[in-house]
Design a protein around this ligand. Structure first.
Ligand SMILES: Cc1ncc(C[n+]2csc(CCOP(=O)(O)OP(=O)(O)O)c2C)c(N)n1
Ligand SMILES: [Mg+2]
Length: 616
């Protein structure tokens, strides 16, 4: 076989392999790219132009694809992610070379960590200038290598159609993830007759992973032997579309379900079998159910069915102590997750939807005899002992917030948890919720009850502040008939506040509910717990005028022509929230909350269930 040319290696396509397809008329490279996107069913693209990508924008003006202009490429990447998470299709973002491309990196890393199908397209300097330190040149292929599922640097105009087809297939199939396509400007400007391929063509890439029948039988056998089984389910359930199969399986077997944060909505949290989510800030009862309550000699799960999860450290804490007494069955489509963080007794590399469907067939024809009555009783006791709850405590009463804003009237304090519960009530639990990163994110997970998949969109693995509002915009574009609300922190919201301009101009009615504690609350919480409350640059207000809320999001929103309102007192919250929900425009509701609250339960990083702190 002749050696592959460097060109063919970089693009991943060799011409001999390019399958025959439909031959099109002579076209410009940029038009070929845009038509290739159309052929993939792309309807929306979040794209910010520049010298190396303006050819694409010229082509987009002639396309039926709707181009949404973010005001920062990071906003565009999060919008594409929010879009993808809300509807399951690949989200598409685009930027120019150099700084445009580097501004996409956080979104790409986020999509990688949370397995989100994202196609990121970047312009590159002309091929003849690559490696010369050209104006706005960065090696985007190299920069993103560790955070992509796959990447293409296009080196031949004739490769564009096949690369785009492959990119969408890779992004959306198996374990989804981000794919980048970097295209030098001379290729965008060149002409050829495209050959439109019918199928993706990727050597060695297969997503057809099915569990062995024997292994599935073994799982049934383990359930029959177990006394205290728990289903621990993650984002894999959502991305594989297995939520309905999971619901059937849990109901048929009577096994309680805890999810990861990525899995919120994979199983209705209103279902009596739901334990909500587990881990560092998960419910105490989910953590006890998996790990036991050693202080009271109560054992945890003896069988852990880990489906579409990755044993993230925010879930496990000290990993060798995680579910110490349990037999672990781990189903994942990505072989690299198996035995990565936690060895499984029964590892299964499989599409979890297919596995659950077949497990359901098995329990239908041969029902599980056990009812796990004692286990359900124990879990009910745990739920009663430590429900998710909050109260106005001493710290709030003593706080500067009380003095500066409440005039001493504690009945008017808005606790962040309460604001989220109220939002849940007023939206009938039907809204799509996005978040920033911090305390508000954890409370949004705890105090809103998620009932359906793709309802809770949060930067879980990367934990990227600034995610919430652009993600909400992307979700709103994908699901225009849904109420989409970003429950945000004041710090996080500020990180992509410029996207209010996009929301207004593009008429994307995503709402932001800012839980404004004037602090980087989550860092404050760690300062309180581990650094004797010493503040290390975690105050966001104006130290010279602490009685003023700073910055003034209302004035800021007005500058973008986005309606906004501030609420300080509890008595005003319900009506203000209704006004936000009734609005058909983007909207900012700035809710002032005390900074003294801590997110509970809390298992400090690397610790075990013994160290769990919870609201008694
Ligand atoms: C881009 C980025 N920078 C820094 C952090 C570290 N960090 C995690 S939570 C947090 C505080 C967030 O503050 P805010 O958005 O106001 O939320 P709160 O905790 O107050 O609810 C910070 C700084 C991060 N997660 N992401
Ligand atoms: Mg804050």
């Amino acid at each position: 076989m002749p050696p592959k040319s460097a060109t063919a290696i970089a693009s991943g396509i060799s011409h001999g392999e390019q399958q025959r397809g439909e031959l099109g008329p002579r076209m410009k490279g940029s038009d070929i790219l845009v038509q290739a996107l159309e052929r993939e069913g792309v309807e929306h693209i979040f794209a910010y132009p520049g010298g190396a990508s303006m050819e694409f924008h010229q082509s987009l003006t002639r396309s039926k694809i709707r181009t949404i202009l973010p005001r920062h490429e990071q906003g565009g990447s999060f919008q594409a992610e929010g879009y993808a998470r809300a509807c399951g299709k690949a989200g598409v973002c685009m930027a120019t070379s150099g700084p445009g491309a580097t501004n996409l990196i956080t979104g790409i890393a986020d999509a990688y960590m949370d397995s989100i199908p994202l196609v990121a397209i970047t312009g590159q300097v002309p091929q003849a200038m690559i490696g010369k330190g050209a104006f706005q040149e960065t090696d985007f292929f190299g920069l993103t290598l560790p955070i992509v599922k796959h990447s293409y640097l296009v080196t031949d105009i004739n490769d564009i159609p096949q690369i785009v087809k492959n990119a969408f297939h890779i992004a959306t199939s198996g374990r989804p993830g981000p794919v980048i396509i970097d295209i030098p400007k001379n290729i965008q400007q060149d002409y050829t007759q495209p050959v439109w391929p019918k199928e993706p063509n990727i050597r060695g890439y297969s997503t057809d992973k099915r569990a062995d029948e024997l292994v599935l039988n073994e799982i049934i056998g383990l359930i029959e032997k177990a006394e205290r089984p728990v289903l621990y389910c993650g984002g894999g359930i959502i991305s594989s579309g297995a939520a309905e199969e999971l619901r059937k399986f849990a109901h048929a077997t009577g096994i309680p379900v805890t999810t990861t944060i990525m899995g919120c909505g994979a199983f209705p949290e209103t279902d009596p079998l739901s334990l909500k989510w587990l881990g560092m800030h998960g419910s105490a009862y989910a953590n006890w159910a998996v790990n036991g309550d050693p202080k009271n000699n109560a054992p945890g799960a003896d069988l852990l069915l880990a489906f579409g999860v990755r044993f993230d450290d925010r879930v496990t804490g000290k990993v060798d102590k995680f579910c110490e007494q349990g037999t672990i069955v781990h189903i994942d489509i990505d072989a690299s997750e198996i035995n990565k963080n936690k060895p499984a007794h029964l590892p299964v590399i499989a599409d979890v939807k297919d596995a659950l469907r077949r497990l359901n067939d098995m329990v239908k024809s041969r029902p599980i005899a056990k009812k796990f009555t004692a286990w359900h009783k124990q879990i009910a006791e745990w739920k009663a002992k430590a429900p998710l709850r909050y109260r106005i405590n001493e710290e709030v009463l003593k706080s500067q917030h009380m003095k500066d804003f409440m005039g001493g009237d504690s009945s008017q304090v808005i606790l962040p948890q309460y604001a989220i519960e109220l939002l849940y009530e007023l939206t009938n639990g039907e809204a799509i919720i996005t978040t920033g990163v911090g305390q508000h994110q954890m409370w949004a997970g705890q105090y809103y009850q998620y009932k359906f998949p793709r309802q809770f969109l949060t930067s879980a693995g990367l934990g990227a502040m600034g995610y919430g509002y652009p993600a909400a915009m992307g979700a709103k574009v994908a699901c225009p008939d849904k109420q989409v609300i970003d429950i945000d922190g004041d710090g996080s919201f500020l990180m992509n506040v410029q996207e209010l301009a996009t929301a207004h101009i593009e008429k994307i009615a995503a709402k932001a509910l800012i839980l404004n504690n004037q602090h980087l609350g989550m860092v404050v919480q760690w300062e309180d717990r581990f650094y004797a409350g010493n503040r290390g640059h975690t105050y966001l207000g104006d130290p010279e005028n602490m009685k003023q809320i700073y910055p003034d999001y209302i004035t800021m929103a007005k500058a973008f022509n986005v309606p906004a309102e501030r609420v300080m007192f509890k008595k005003d919250l319900r009506d203000a929230m209704k006004r936000m929900l009734d609005s058909d425009q983007p909207y900012v509701l700035d809710v002032i909350t005390p900074y003294t609250e801590h997110v509970l339960p809390f298992i400090p990083a690397g610790k075990t269930i013994r160290e769990m702190i919870y609201q008694e």
